[in-house]
Design a protein around this ligand. Structure first.
Ligand SMILES: O=C(CO)COP(=O)(O)O
Length: 132
């Protein structure tokens, strides 16, 4: 499977991201992974995953991921969002989520939806419905 998957977690969700990634480690090893810098570094160090790192979120990493969606280079986004505080780059986060909707890229912003998407990807080998 060659699914191109972006994994991003705000600080308050990084622990949950690691647990989620550990649960799906077999699937993730078969995907092409990219992340914002701090999330990606953690996934590399703690789980040994091969992750391409963009800039950190506050430094524009979400915008880099949005650009990748626009150029057709991303199949799925998991962005575990911290809803309890404002972020200096809220505009970038909203842009990334909007661009996923514009381009019909499956996108999860909470852990339960992320698990549903990963389960689906596992069962279908990364096949998502194509819009008509
Ligand atoms: O802020 C983020 C996404 O909006 C995450 O960035 P980091 O992975 O660099 O912490």
């Amino acid at each position: 499977m060659d699914t191109r998957l972006a994994l991003v977690a705000h600080d308050a969700r990084k622990e949950r991201m690691l647990l989620l990634a550990r649960d799906y480690i077999g699937l993730l090893r078969e995907c092409r992974l990219c992340s914002t810098r701090t999330t990606g570094t953690l996934l590399r160090k703690v789980l040994g995953l091969d992750v391409e790192c963009m800039a950190s979120g506050p430094l524009g990493g979400d915008v880099q991921l949005a650009s990748r969606v626009i150029s057709g280079g991303l199949d799925m986004l998991i962005l575990l969002r911290d809803t309890q505080c404002a972020h200096p780059h809220d505009a970038d986060i909203n842009a990334l989520l909007r661009i996923c909707d514009v381009w019909n890229v499956p996108c999860a912003t909470n852990e339960v939806t992320a698990r549903i998407l990963l389960f689906h990807a596992q069962v279908t080998h990364g096949m998502f419905p194509t819009p008509l």
